[in-house]
Design a protein around this ligand. Structure first.
Ligand SMILES: Cc1ncc(COP(=O)(O)O)c(C=O)c1O
Length: 383
């Protein structure tokens, strides 16, 4: 059985978690969350990190915070790829902005770079990049367009922890970025997500929005200013902005601190597997679109066929061999019932090829040469 993900929690992670539970009376967001945020900032190479309860919450807070910080009016447009996780798009809609879809390319699975400029209007304010399945987008190309039109660049790195663009970790190339620590990702806090930025005032908005908009969530050094500014309101319940409750817990942060210690190793194993996978795929290179991008941090092993019949054949053979498969993220989002009104799916031809002819299987630290050899045998047998 080759599952998408297995028990990623190490014995030492579980031991540290139970030690923590037995040594504390405080389980809600506190010192462990702060510790995990500090450790993550060090690993990621950013100034500020804010731990939330999912990658989706991180994306929603990022867009909401950026909209408020830059005073972006309602109905402004956000450039998004036709293939990404669905909550990236709903976050745009929920913050009263308008997603404008751009087709993808079938190499690094980010935007079709030549189509971005055509989608820009006088109302465009943000380009929301997704680094899909661990393949870094070409940030230089995107940033040169963003600079030309004075647009804000945001990075969703929920599937790409540790990927590099031009030697620098992705997530550090725009104004802010997001990560997911859901079970199947490069490391886990079971459920969880992170927001990163180098801008202190923006990070303050992230901190406020994570927890109802409460002023007391800010660093202690900032409390007096607000106590003096609003003397008629009890500081314990002083709300500075519109917020959510997207806090995470000390338990999840404890797992995060432990998992982070393994992350570089997990990424190295995933990447070694991916390099071998690319060599195996060379066996059928005339039948597929080869997904690759320098600096990758592999999320999964994707197959995008030129012919749908080949996809069907291989996917059913994988099922027979108990190899779990998934569509490549949400497929062509314009085909999803919830986004139909945003465009005609057939106008996004690469996204549609991925939708109809693609799927992926798991890559993680449990994938080894034995499994990869089996994969090779299956490919040889089927084609
Ligand atoms: C690209 C991308 N962005 C955002 C998310 C949302 O993360 P979460 O599942 O933690 O809400 C996911 C989820 O897998 C994702 O793949």
């Amino acid at each position: 059985m080759w599952k998408l993900q297995e028990n990623i929690l190490e014995k030492s992670d579980k031991d540290k978690l139970s030690d923590f539970i037995n040594s504390t009376d405080r389980f809600t967001q506190f010192k462990r969350v702060k510790l995990f945020e500090n450790e993550w900032s060090k690993w990621q190479g950013c100034k500020y990190s804010t731990f939330v309860n999912s990658g989706s919450s991180a994306v929603l807070v990022m867009i909401d915070g950026v909209k408020e910080y830059y005073n972006i009016p309602d109905n402004s447009e956000v450039i998004v790829p036709a293939v990404t996780w669905t909550t990236n798009i709903t976050s745009v809609i929920q913050t009263k902005l308008k997603p404008v879809f751009v087709d993808i390319n079938l190499k690094d699975l980010s935007f079709d770079y030549d189509s971005i400029e055509k989608a820009i209007s006088a109302k465009t304010r943000i380009i929301l990049i997704t680094h899909l399945i661990g393949l870094p987008a070409n940030i230089a190309k995107i940033k040169s367009i963003a600079e030309k039109y004075n647009l804000i660049v945001l990075e969703d790195c929920c599937e790409s922890h540790g990927a590099l663009f031009e030697g620098k970790k992705i997530g550090n190339h725009g104004i802010a970025s997001t990560f997911s620590f859901y079970w199947g990702h490069h490391m886990t806090t079971i459920e969880g997500g992170m927001l990163c930025t180098d801008i202190e005032e923006l990070n303050d908005l992230f901190i406020l929005k994570r927890s109802h908009g409460l002023a007391r969530e800010l660093d202690l050094s900032k409390h007096d200013v607000y106590k003096k500014k609003y003397p008629d309101i009890d500081f314990n319940f002083l709300f500075l902005t519109h917020g959510y409750n997207f806090r995470n817990t000390e338990l999840h942060a404890t797992i995060g601190v432990e998992q982070l210690k393994h992350l570089d190793y997990y990424i190295a194993v995933r990447n070694t597997n991916y390099e071998k996978f690319i060599k195996i795929l060379a066996l059928i290179e005339d039948k597929i679109y080869m997904c690759n991008s320098k600096g990758f941090s592999s999320f999964c092993l994707p197959f995008i066929f030129k012919d749908k019949n080949d996809r069907n054949l291989l996917q059913s053979r994988f099922h027979d061999n108990q190899i779990e498969t998934r569509p490549i993220i949400s497929g062509n989002l314009l085909r999803q019932p919830c986004f139909k009104s945003y465009g005609n799916y057939s106008d996004f031809s690469n996204a549609d090829i991925l939708h109809q002819n693609g799927f992926y299987i798991g890559n993680n630290q449990f994938v080894n040469d034995e499994r990869l050899n089996k994969l090779k045998d299956i490919l040889k047998e089927v084609f």
